[in-house]
Design a protein around this ligand. Structure first.
Ligand SMILES: NC(=O)c1ccc[n+]([C@@H]2O[C@H](COP(=O)([O-])OP(=O)(O)OC[C@H]3O[C@@H](n4cnc5c(N)ncnc54)[C@H](OP(=O)(O)O)[C@@H]3O)[C@@H](O)[C@H]2O)c1
Length: 275
C-alpha cells in the first residue's frame, strides 16, 4: 500500500499546518455542539470549522477551555458573515469571534461568501487581521474561478484555502485546477451531501468492497484528491466513523467510478450567481 494518506497535517502556502479532517459544526448549537466537540477530541479531531453565522463559537470556546485543551494543539477556523463584510465591519467581526471563542487568534479566517460590492474591502481587512496576528492564515469560501482571478489581481497575499462544496457529484475540476495553480488548497464542505447520497448504489458497492461506510468512501474520495475535508456529525458513533478513514485507499478504478458520478448536484447556494 503505497502513498497511504495518514491523519496528518497539510502544509498551507504560508507554512501553517492544517489537520486534514475538521469537524463541521453548521447547525449544531448549545449542548449538542459542546458534546460533539468533546467526542471529536477523544476520537482524534484537532480541527474545528465554525463561522459567526453558525451561532456556536461561544460553546466551542467554552468546551475547549473547560477541557483544558492547549491552544496550540488545535486548529480553529471561523468566517466573516455577509452582514459583517466591508473593511470596518470585518475588523469588528473578528474581535467578536475571538471573544466568543476565547482565544487571541484563529488559525484560519475566511470570507464566507464573495459579496459583489464588498469582497475587495473585506479582503483588505483580512490582510490587516493577518498582519495583526489575529488569524494565522486567511482564505476564502465559495469563490468561483472568476472571484479567485479577480482577487489575485489586487491582493498582495494569496488565500491559503478556498472552502467550497465539492463531492463526486459536484466535482468542480476547473475550479480545483485554478486554485491549485495559485497554491490555494481546497477545503471540501458538505462532503457527505448532508447525507442525501449515502444510499447511491455505486457508493454502497465501493464501501462494501473495502468494508467501509458510504460516508467513509466520500471522505476518502476528498482525501485522495488532496482536499481538506469537513464532515459534520452530532452523533458520537458517526463522529468517530468519519475520522476512521486512514486505513484504506481507494484504487484508481474506484476513484474513476466516483469521478464519473459528477452531475452538478449542489446542496448549497451556487456562488456563480454572485458577479
Ligand atoms: N463555507 C460554507 O459556505 C459552508 C457551507 C456548508 C457547510 N460548511 C461546513 O462544512 C461542514 C459540513 O457540511 P454540512 O454540515 O453541510 O454537511 P455534511 O457534513 O455533508 O453532512 C452532515 C449530515 O450527514 C449526517 N452524517 C454525518 N456523518 C454521517 C455518517 N457517517 N453516516 C450517515 N450520516 C452521517 C449528519 O447527521 P448527524 O449529525 O445526525 O450524524 C448530517 O445530517 C459544515 O458543518 C460547515 O462546517 C461550510
Amino acid at each position: 500500500m503505497s502513498n497511504l494518506i495518514k491523519n496528518k497535517d497539510l502544509v498551507l502556502n504560508n507554512g501553517v499546518e492544517i489537520p486534514l479532517i475538521g469537524l463541521g459544526t453548521y447547525q449544531m448549537r448549545g449542548y449538542e455542539v459542546e458534546k460533539a466537540v468533546e467526542v471529536a477530541l477523544e476520537a482524534g479531531y484537532r480541527h474545528f470549522d465554525t463561522a459567526s453565522i453558525y451561532g456556536n463559537e461561544k460553546e466551542i470556546g467554552n468546551t475547549l477551555r473547560n477541557l483544558g485543551v492547549k491552544r496550540e494543539d488545535i486548529f480553529i477556523t471561523s468566517k466573516v458573515w455577509n452582514d459583517d463584510q466591508g473593511f470596518d465591519n470585518t475588523m469588528k467581526a473578528i474581535d467578536i469571534s475571538l471573544d466568543k471563542l476565547q482565544t487571541d487568534y484563529v488559525d484560519l479566517y475566511l470570507v464566507h461568501w464573495p459579496l459583489p460590492d464588498k469582497r475587495k474591502s473585506t479582503w483588505e481587512a483580512m490582510i490587516d487581521i493577518y498582519d495583526g496576528r489575529k488569524a494565522r492564515s486567511i482564505g476564502v469560501s465559495n469563490y468561483t474561478s472568476d472571484h479567485i482571478e479577480e482577487l489575485m489581481k489586487y491582493s498582495s497575499i494569496t488565500p491559503v484555502v478556498n472552502q467550497i462544496e465539492i463531492t463526486p457529484f459536484l466535482y468542480q475540476k476547473d475550479l480545483v485546477s485554478n486554485c491549485e495553480s495559485f497554491d490555494i488548497k481546497i477545503e471540501a464542505y458538505s462532503p457527505l451531501l448532508k447525507g442525501k447520497k449515502l444510499d447511491d448504489p455505486n457508493i454502497v458497492k465501493i464501501g462494501k468492497k473495502y468494508n467501509k461506510s458510504s460516508a467513509q468512501v466520500l471522505i476518502r474520495w476528498s482525501l485522495e484528491k488532496g482536499f481538506i475535508v469537513l464532515p459534520k456529525s452530532a452523533n458520537a458513533d458517526r463522529i468517530k466513523e468519519n475520522i476512521d478513514v486512514f486505513d484504506f485507499e481507494l484504487n484508481s478504478e474506484d476513484m474513476s467510478l466516483l469521478d464519473s458520478l459528477d452531475s452538478n448536484i449542489r446542496i448549497s447556494w451556487d456562488p456563480s450567481e454572485l458577479d
